[in-house]
Design a protein around this ligand. Structure first.
Ligand SMILES: [Zn+2]
Length: 79
């Protein structure tokens, strides 16, 4: 099998594009997973807007600033 310079360059460029696409998809998946994990324990108080982390699993947590009962799930990513 003869491999010409044209075939070699085409293969290298196509491989580089494929690697960029694969690494882009991997990076986006890992970033989305990191953001989801970061927001899982973040709670924003509806009364005083104090943002805090609560590692528990209860639906209602007490705000450490104003002690108001705050439902979990109020934190949303910006943008
Ligand atoms: Zn509060």
């Amino acid at each position: 099998m003869d491999l010409s310079l044209n075939d070699l360059v085409t293969g290298v460029v196509a491989g580089a594009f494929l690697l960029v696409a694969v690494f882009t998809v991997i990076s986006r998946v890992l970033r989305a997973r990191g953001e989801r994990h970061a927001l899982a324990h973040r709670v924003v108080c509806r009364l005083c807007l104090h943002a805090f982390e609560d590692p528990g699993h209860g639906r209602i947590v007490d705000c450490p600033a104003c002690h108001a009962a705050t439902p979990r799930g109020g934190a949303r990513p910006l943008g």
